[in-house]
Ligand binder design. Sequence first.
Ligand SMILES: Nc1nc2c(ncn2[C@@H]2O[C@H](COP(=O)(O)OP(=O)(O)OP(=O)(O)O)[C@@H](O)[C@H]2O)c(=O)[nH]1
Ligand SMILES: [Mg+2]
Length: 365
Amino acid sequence: MSDFDPLTFDPENIDPEELAELAGEEKDSDNLESARASLDDIAPEHRVPEGFRSGFVAIVGRPNVGKSTLVNALVGRKVVITSDRPETTRRDIRAIMTRPDSQLVLVDTPGIHRPRTLLGRRLDDMVDESLSEVDAVCFLLPADQKIGPGDERILRKLQDQFARTKEEPTSPRYWRKPVICVVTKIDQLSKKKLVDKLIEVDQFGHFSEIVAVSALEGDNTDEVAKVLINAVPEGPKMYPDDVLTEESAEQTIAELIREAFLEELNDELPHSLAVVVDDIVKPEPGETDENGNPAKAHVYVSLYVERDSQKPIIIGRKAKNLVYVKKRVRTAVNRAVGMRSSLDLHVKLARDWQSDPRALNRFGF
Ligand SMILES: Nc1nc2c(ncn2[C@@H]2O[C@H](COP(=O)(O)OP(=O)(O)OP(=O)(O)O)[C@@H](O)[C@H]2O)c(=O)[nH]1
Ligand SMILES: [Mg+2]
């Protein structure tokens, strides 16, 4: 088995002796039939080599520390949106990193902060819920900022949930689940300052591991992956290789639109913008438009703001912002729907929705 290569493993075209060995059988031709049968029970996309590791890892930290950027770097494709505005991520989003030896379900979470609205409280609750079901936690601290009260609050939360209080914090048995600290944005400071930072971080939390990374520049992301893989147990493959996220087309499109607004409007954008994809209507097979071209899908989207005065900000002069956003997301929307699509954007009012339980439920918070 020493030359077993999971990358080239083809169960249909395999030496019978190797097959028997893989299925845990003796090298005995009498057992070959049952060996093949037991391998046949597992769908090809779920077959894994021995020692395969898999599990859930929550990515937590204050707003804007680079959680979503790290998730994208680990998965190797953009699966979650990022921006320099805090509270970009508003839901727990599962992204899947699959390697020949492992599969990690990375749970990107909203930034943890002292909540000011009911929305903020719901976001915090969401993080707590994610924490309860993961195999390991990845706590992000930005290298270019001082450790502050916000980070201390998160550490306390993690200690409440995962620390063995009878153990000394320096003991290797202190954490019930691995709590790994990732120091992010290391492109922002010199090597010398980074060393000081790592010492500060070590004294701050006595974490299971500390890794430094620049997700933006792809510096040391492989090391982060390695540490996270080691933190999860041996286990099966949960998703086929080509699945990168659990998001639906509706959720993906809503997020892409919100990201485009964050980019276009930046500081002007009301924090209260909520994007909901109401419907995706696909044409009948063979249907054509008035010019005889294949008909497009229609994607109906509501853009909710909290006050009437915010509508013109979203729309822009001569609908400039709506035009920009449509153009910006067109290709990605076509990919998400699986065909050419036209976007219908409607700006609507949901008064004070960030504090309104019914509106929050309707928007999925
Ligand atoms: N210089 C630098 N900037 C980074 C790095 N990683 C992320 N950023 C930037 O930091 C900002 C926030 O990144 P996000 O990934 O959206 O942060 P987040 O923690 O997911 O934020 P929330 O979802 O709001 O909690 C963006 O402008 C990123 O480009 C990095 O390694 N280096
Ligand atoms: Mg985020």
